[in-house]
Design a protein around this ligand. Structure first.
Ligand code: ADP
Ligand code: ASP
Ligand code: MG
Length: 409
């Protein structure tokens, strides 16, 4: 007998029929003698609908109230799934984040989990019930409802698996595992049987939305056995996120390609090239809680420097405004911004022991006439910023150039 935490995403619970399917799947695990906790998302499209509704009242919704609204989608699905389970003779009980409770900090719309009370869950499992928990939501010390950021049900599931010391956390979604890149963009993408935790962390942080990054961080911290699988297929082992690099994996120099459209670039031109300038530019941006990603500083003319950096697209107007305020103070010549940019990244632990990976990437993009605006690297990834209109082309040609199209045995 094992203790399994399963998470079903929005598409997997998108219709009453699909919810009944999930119930049948859960019932099968239960019938095999396992204890099962199920974490569910809202029905697909529901969270978007709720957020759009809030925006009709307030262009920039009050974050606390937005969480009150956005969290309701999951409350519906836990009720529906529990009913579907009971209907086929499986004892089940539903919990919202605050009934459990799942305690978080008070950063509305992007709250962090602080602790999970597992008393009720354990008692229910002991009593033979399936526990159905609402993903994406928690409660802070003041009793306010919080949400964990888009895609946060993954994190709820992994955190619950960690708290219960579950044998496995299974993320059921609309693809049958983690692919070499988003299969919606590159149909030739291949499913990976295994991916290392470090690679998955990079892929998630560089834009692959198959797992929310915080769920991967949790899995790493608490060594949760994490697997991504399809909720639509009966067979298949999905993709296992592993903590060791096996021999076979070391052969793949590049394991995957991630991309992110959520980027905007800001250029500050002609600032005096002197100590402290990076701080004077980025300090106010950081104070405004805007996350800066890639940074480039170039030597310009006459003792000046050009400074570029990227921020999330939704924040670029705010970042531009902040810089315009400090423009005279820092003595900048010109500030401009471009929100039609995207980041493409190649990821692989094999890069540690191979040279020439970055140059293959640059050559491949050059051959397609794709201009690289910024570059950043780490031990196991190379990212480039390009014009958004070339994004899909870039992902496709890189996927091919690194041999990811072919089956590798
Ligand atoms: P869910 O609603 O189940 O949480 P998501 O939409 O959040 O599902 O995540 C699954 C989607 O992630 C897939 O449909 C796929 O388009 C996308 N995706 C992006 N990158 C990858 C990748 N490398 N491997 C698999 N899927 C990916
Ligand atoms: N329903 C939330 C969202 O759409 C959380 C999730 O699905 O993981 O972002
Ligand atoms: Mg998701």
């Amino acid at each position: 007998m094992a203790l399994i935490v399963q998470k079903y995403g929005g598409t997997s619970v998108g219709t009453p029929e699909r919810i009944k399917n999930v119930a049948r799947r859960v019932a099968k695990w239960k019938a095999q003698g396992h204890q099962v906790v199920v974490v569910v998302s809202a029905m697909s499209g529901e969270t978007n609908r709720l957020i759009a509704l809030a925006r009709e009242i307030q262009a920039h919704p009050d974050p606390r109230e937005l969480d009150v609204i956005a969290s309701t989608g999951e409350q519906v699905t836990i009720g529906l799934l529990s009913m579907a389970l009971k209907d086929i003779g499986v004892p089940a009980v539903s919990y919202t984040g605050w009934q459990m409770p799942m305690m978080t900090d008070s950063s509305f719309t992007k709250a962090r989990i602080q602790s999970i009370d597992d008393v009720k869950m354990r008692a229910d499992l002991e009593a033979g019930r399936v526990v159905v928990v609402a993903g994406f939501q928690g409660i802070d010390d003041n009793g306010s409802i919080t949400t964990l950021g888009r895609g946060g049900s993954d994190t709820s599931a992994v955190a619950i698996a960690a708290a219960l010391k579950a044998d496995e956390c299974q993320i059921y979604t609309d693809v049958d595992g983690v692919y070499t890149t988003d299969p919606r963009v590159v149909p030739e993408a291949r499913k990976l049987d295994r991916i290392t935790f470090e690679e998955m962390l990079e892929m998630a942080s560089l834009g692959s939305k198959v797992l929310q990054i915080r769920s991967v961080e949790f899995a790493g911290k608490y060594k949760v056995k994490l697997r991504v699988l399809s909720s639509f297929e009966e067979e298949g082992d999905g993709t296992l996120i592993t903590f060791e690099e096996d021999d076979k994996m070391e052969q793949a120099v590049v394991s995957g390609i991630a991309f992110d459209r959520n980027e905007a670039r800001i250029n500050v031109k002609g600032v005096p090239d002197k100590p402290g300038i990076a701080y004077q530019i980025l300090g106010p941006v950081a104070d405004a809680n805007i996350e800066v990603d890639m940074i480039i500083q170039n030597v310009g003319d006459n003792g000046t420097t050009d400074f570029s950096f990227t921020v999330p697209r939704g924040e670029y107007q705010r970042a531009q405004g902040i810089l315009q305020e400090v423009q005279t103070h820092i003595g900048a010549g010109k500030i401009d911004a471009d929100d039609k940019v995207a980041k493409v990244s190649i990821v692989g632990v094999g890069m540690r022991s191979h040279t020439g990976v970055a140059s293959t990437m640059f050559r491949t993009l050059a051959e397609e006439g794709i201009n690289i605006q910024m570059i950043s690297t780490s031990e196991i990834k190379v990212s480039v910023l390009i014009d958004e209109k070339y994004l899909e082309l870039a992902v496709r040609v890189l996927h091919k150039a690194f041999g990811l199209d072919q089956a590798q045995n």
